[in-house]
Design a protein around this ligand. Structure first.
Ligand code: GLV
Length: 325
């Protein structure tokens, strides 16, 4: 008999057809308590779980005693209680490679749009304010040859360093737990402590996973260490930054601008002061959101789930220790 899976994300018909050859699909809208109650029997017998965006914690796992594999359509897995999954021998699969270049492009887009004030001036043009040759109040600042600081030097950090170094002639600083010889050799990146990066970089780009260690890693003290001309970019997770401290720093003009793809609360409250500030570019967590990359991620997540259910995982497993049990 085919195993059952809970699917909590919409997939294309061709992926649904592929899945159906191997598993029975129970499609649900989300992982909320209401959904769980309504589909209690389905959750109880499901051996797989596929989707993104929902919280997978012990409370949910209590209701899924048959679960063997979870596959998230994302690289980040902060919504998952990895310890609880590992204790139960459940494999957690994710999509760490297929979105690298797209997220690096998003970071570069935030760098360019904040520095050159793209949204702000484009809106002014639409409002009919371009009535004569523009003056300094429309000017931005250069990106090329400025110093780019990367906090987190994983795959995406590397792809950002490549863009900055090869495309924009930017010196690259990075702060990471370990040394990255490749980044140093290929992009002349210089490893430094957080304070040096914050005080020297013209662009501070955050791209590392959210964990207990990185929660609120950027707060008032770190923002105060940045240059008043510097721009802060976050395409990682909102909770890595103390958002109120960021609002204060921007309000008091202690930094120039911010490009934010992620927020402490998502979707962001439309009343957030961040959305009132002309020097903030806010995007709705679009890091990997291109048609091509989201499609590649969905395919990757389906492959990952099927591999985990069939016991032939070779990559993309967050807790590979469960595989040898
Ligand atoms: C996006 O934020 C992801 O984790 O894939």
């Amino acid at each position: 008999m085919k195993p059952s899976i809970i699917l909590y994300k919409t997939l294309t018909d061709n992926l649904i057809d592929r899945l159906k050859q191997r598993v029975n699909i129970i499609q649900v809208p989300d992982l909320s308590p209401d959904t769980l109650k309504k589909h209690a029997d389905d959750f109880a017998r499901a051996e797989g779980l596929l989707g993104s965006g929902g919280k997978v914690d012990s409370a949910l796992l209590e209701n899924m005693p048959a679960l063997r594999a979870v596959s998230t359509i994302s690289v980040g897995y902060n919504n998952f209680d990895v310890n609880a999954l590992t204790e139960r021998g459940i494999a957690l699969m994710h999509t760490p490679t297929v979105l690298t270049d797209t997220v690096a492009d998003t970071l570069m887009a935030l760098v360019l749009s904040t520095a050159r004030r793209i949204n702000e001036v484009a809106e002014r043009v639409k409002r009919g304010e371009w009535t004569h040759s523009i003056g300094p109040d429309w000017f931005g600042v250069d990106v090329h040859h400025k110093t780019l600081g990367i906090i987190g030097m994983g795959r995406i950090g590397m792809a950002l360093a490549q863009r900055a170094h090869c495309g924009f002639s930017m010196p690259v600083l990075y702060h990471a737990r370990s040394q990255h010889a490749q980044a140093e050799e290929r992009f002349n990146a210089r490893r430094c402590n957080l304070n040096t990066l914050l005080s020297e970089a013209d662009f501070v780009c955050l791209i590392l996973p959210l964990s207990a260690e990185t929660h609120h890693m950027i707060g008032a003290e770190q923002l105060a260490a940045m240059k008043p001309t510097a721009i802060f970019i976050n395409a990682a997770r909102g909770q890595i930054v103390d958002e109120q401290a960021l609002i204060n720093a921007l309000r008091e003009k202690r930094i120039r601008a911010a490009g934010l793809d992620v927020f402490e609360q998502e979707p962001i409250d439309p009343q957030s002061p961040l959305l009132q500030m002309p020097n903030v570019v806010a995007t709705p967590h679009i890091g990997s959101a291109t048609a091509e990359t989201r499609d590649a991620m969905a395919h990757n997540a389906v492959d990952n789930l099927l591999a985990a259910l069939q016991g032939n995982v070779t990559k993309n497993c967050v807790n590979p220790e469960v595989l040898s049990r």
